[in-house]
Design a protein around this ligand. Structure first.
Ligand SMILES: [Zn+2]
Length: 344
């Protein structure tokens, strides 16, 4: 234990991580081996180059398109049943061994891992379930589940298939749905059109979290309002733009929506300019009673750990010790896993 104080105390009790992407959660050494086992051509001369290829430079990237370019590589390497199984297994085991994460939700888009339809989607998802099962045997202390992600660049029909699969594999460890990815056109993404899909998922007992309000200025704030009112998610990935708008914070508070805040990720993608902005954002939410939990977005790709995130927030005065404890506790409570255990 190297962090000291409340961070060590929370780690001893067990941490909760609800926002981490499979493409950013697997040790590069495992990804390197998986790439070689599958004979994937990589634009690197050695392992050290590869580490840089699949992680964000500590100085950050220019924005989300550059982050997506890194994901392209990890998604390609994870585009087979074998690789998905080993990645899920590795991500859960790694989270427990390195951070004592005992509540973990791992999200991924299965349709970005089937080589454009060449690999069967059911094989990909069942492989993830096997990885989950194997990790559960090795680390019974961890409650872990999968979130299937839709994508903003996908057609309605494609996203419908993902929701259909999430429902079908609910009994095998899929606990929720999400949507992410770049906007297909400049301006606002019409989140409201997803309403029937989200409703179907909700009725089937799945949790709903939506990537929104991470960046995008006034359009991003408008999207947040649309998501809160029309999609009524349980949680929101990022949602940091809400701190700039009283009305949006009121909506979040009234709906009891929990934000999944990923401080280092926001700094690395320049969604937040500096640590002061991180502090102001978290302070605003804490002071206005907006619920949130802390996450990494992908510890390996972001080269951070959940304990680093908590240490950062305490160091810059974004959270008090009591608020850090509450944020971790909220993670254990706001997980879709609990719902699965009750509803299953
Ligand atoms: Zn994310």
């Amino acid at each position: 234990m190297k962090y000291g104080g409340v961070v060590d105390e929370l780690a001893r009790r067990g941490l909760a991580e609800l926002h981490t992407h499979l493409g950013g959660s697997v040790d590069p050494a495992v990804m390197w081996t998986l790439a070689h086992e599958q004979g994937i051509a990589l634009p690197v001369k050695d392992y050290w180059d590869f580490e840089q290829l699949v992680s964000v430079d500590p100085r950050g990237v220019e924005g989300l398109p550059q982050l997506d370019a890194i994901y392209k590589w990890t998604e390609l390497i994870q585009s087979s049943p074998l690789a998905v199984e080993r990645s899920v297994h590795g991500a859960i085991g790694g989270a427990y061994r390195k951070q004592n994460i005992t509540t973990l939700e791992l999200r991924f888009n299965p349709m970005k891992r089937n080589r454009g339809g060449e690999r069967d989607l059911d094989h990909i998802i069942m492989a993830a379930a096997r990885g989950l099962d194997r990790a559960s045997l090795e680390y019974p202390q961890v409650r872990a589940g999968l979130i299937l992600m839709m994508d903003r660049t996908f057609t309605r029909a494609q996203n419908e298939v993902i929701v259909e699969k999430a429902i079908r594999y609910r009994s095998r460890g899929v606990v929720g749905i999400d949507i992410a990815g770049p906007r297909p056109a400049p301006g606002r993404y019409a989140y409201g059109e997803l309403e029937p899909l989200i409703e179907t998922a909700r009725e089937a007992g799945l949790g709903v979290t939506i990537h929104v309000g991470e960046e995008g200025g006034p359009d991003g704030i408008a999207e947040l309002g649309e998501v809160i009112e029309q999609l009524r998610p349980d949680r929101i990935g990022h949602g940091i733009l809400a701190a700039q708008d009283d009305e949006t914070m009121r909506l979040l508070r009234e709906a009891g929506i929990v934000l999944e805040i990923c401080p280092s990720s926001n700094l690395l993608t320049r969604a937040l300019p500096d640590e002061e902005a991180v502090r102001d954002t978290c302070r605003t939410f804490a002071d206005r009673g907006v619920l949130f939990t802390i996450a990494t977005d992908g510890p390996e790709m972001m080269q951070t750990h959940l304990q680093d995130e908590l240490a950062l927030l305490l160091r810059v005065g974004a959270l008090t010790e009591a608020e850090a404890r509450a944020a971790n506790e909220r993670g254990h409570e706001a997980t879709f896993l609990a719902r699965r255990l009750v509803a299953a």
